[in-house]
Ligand binder design. Structure first.
Ligand code: V55
Ligand code: FE
Length: 488
């Protein structure tokens, strides 16, 4: 068999794939880990176990890896496992990458074209006592919360009929209902989106089969108590694109940004489309009903944020596309006008890996927790062993006052997406902890930082320190002990 070695220059130090699975009992900690934190911070992300077949492939196809920081009585255990999808197992059996470019199954080797090709690397979800990893091109993969073993795909007992499931379902904090959907629901490059309501016991209670205005990446939605809000934007695909062997998405700067609004208890024919300013949406923050209006808030990018999804007009990628601004879009269901109104809420560029206190989903709220890059902070390129400064701050943006409070991770550090954890179930909005992973390039080690969400500028309350750099993360969530049947 032919072996392989990676080009070390492309993945130095803290960016090199680790390739291992890990268990660390009772991690080293600095400071006092709050006893009140009983549950787990569970991350999804990945790395290339084997290198991609195509050098221009998107990192979004990296092999899924799920990891958990399990908190109990002030101690923290770490565990990391590959998501053992059919794709991962087939590659490992072959000893190389069999799958082609991002979400173009026509570029796979013929022997794997019939296999489930998801890498399940994007988000984690706890619902109805089950833990899942998610990726929008496949079904949820159920994961054992104690061992992180992969149990297999789950279609909610058959009630969920789409072959795909978003990485960003939304839970209604009042009813516990989960709003989920799959796009490209009748096959690659199809314009069908199936929208579902799943009750707190995991049963599918409603389905709406919706038509999209064109085929785009429907990565995220937002909910209000009455509506589902569905943005579509210029990351586009087509059968022709896939047949030409191209990567799934290309950026079409002329594609209109359209926001679909459908009543949660209505019919597919009640879906209405509104126009929004030119932008790339990717993630939402929140939405709410205000009289006849639906308000959507989000950190949207000015244009294509992803250098690995090429502009379809052949123009080079513009780095300005990667700077998001927190905005408010208002759509009036009663007005005879399909144009949304935009207000920029924060002029400081952030990333869209931004979080809110999710007990406020669908309701008025005040705080946004967003990672961002502050170029004014010190950056030690020599010790960091990378010339490229990265996201180095978490900001708490107060939408009521315009004030920002900031945690700076350090001059050789980079931050991944955080998650807000309420101090107590009945604590006020934003009263609690912000948890997120920092990697120190200088020593190639990662740590989970625990911050007081109301006092980010006071620095970490505690840090859980790993003896290695952790796998890259996409999204992570806090799962309280009463949400999952943890054995220990
Ligand atoms: C995103 C991430 C994905 C993906 C599609 O950030 C969209 C957006 C990690 O994979 O497949
Ligand atoms: Fe996402």
């Amino acid at each position: 068999m032919v072996g392989f070695i990676r080009d070390k220059s492309s993945t130095p130090g803290a960016f090199a794939p680790t390739r291992f699975e890990a268990d660390i009992e009772d991690c080293e900690t600095v400071g006092t880990v709050p006893d009140a934190l009983d549950g787990a911070f569970i991350r999804a992300g990945g790395e290339w176990f084997y290198p991609p077949k195509f050098p221009n492939d998107a990192p979004f196809s990296m092999d899924g890896h799920v990891s958990a920081f399990r908190f109990k009585r002030g101690r923290v255990d770490y565990k990391g496992r590959w998501v053992k999808t059919p794709r991962f197992l087939a590659n490992r059996a072959a000893g190389r990458q069999l799958f082609g470019i991002y979400r173009n199954r026509l570029t796979d080797e013929p022997q794997v074209r019939g296999l489930d090709g998801t890498v399940s690397n994007t988000n984690t979800l706890a619902h109805a006592g089950r833990l899942f990893t998610l990726k929008e091109d496949g079904l949820p993969y159920q994961i054992d919360p104690d061992t992180l073993d992969t149990m297999g795909p789950w279609n909610f007992g058959g009630g969920y009929e789409a072959p795909t499931f978003t990485a960003h379902p939304k839970r209604d904090p009042e009813t516990g209902e989960l709003i989920a959907y799959g796009y490209e629901a009748t096959g690659p490059a199809s314009d069908d989106l199936y929208l579902y309501a799943i009750d707190r016991n995991g049963a599918v209670t409603r389905e709406q089969r919706l038509k999209m205005p064109y085929v785009s990446m429907v990565h995220d939605i937002a909910i209000t108590p009455r509506h589902v809000v569905i943005p579509v934007y210029g990351l586009v695909t087509s059968r022709a694109r896939l047949e030409a062997g191209q990567i799934h998405w290309g950026w079409d700067k002329n594609a209109p940004v359209l926001v679909g609004i459908v009543p949660r208890d209505g019919e597919a024919r009640d879906l209405r489309w509104f126009k929004a300013p030119p932008s790339a949406v990717i993630h939402t923050l929140n939405a709410r009903d205000e009289g006849s209006k639906v308000i959507l808030e989000l950190a949207a990018y000015p244009s294509n944020p992803f250098p690995f999804f090429p502009n379809i007009d052949g123009s080079p990628w513009d780095p300005k596309g990667g700077q998001a601004f927190i905005r408010r879009w208002s759509f009036d269901l009663a007005a005879n006008d399909d144009r949304g109104q935009e207000e920029i809420l924060v002029r400081e560029p952030v990333t869209d890996l931004a979080r809110i206190d999710e007990r406020s989903f669908g309701r008025p709220y005040r705080y946004v927790f967003a990672p961002y890059h502050d170029a004014a902070r010190p950056f030690d390129a020599d010790r960091a062993r990378t010339g490229r400064p990265r996201v180095n701050c978490y900001g708490r943006f107060d939408l009521a006052t315009g004030n920002t409070s900031t945690y700076f991770a350090g001059e050789t550090h980079t931050l991944q997406e955080p998650c807000f954890v309420p101090r107590r179930p009945d604590a006020a909005e934003g009263d609690g902890y912000l948890l997120g992973v920092a990697t120190d390039f200088a020593v190639s080690r990662s740590e989970l930082v625990i911050l007081d969400a109301q006092h980010l500028d006071e620095g970490a309350i505690a840090r859980v320190i790993l003896p290695f750099h952790i796998t890259p993360q996409v999204h992570a969530n806090w799962m309280a002990a009463d949400e999952l049947p943890f054995l220990s």
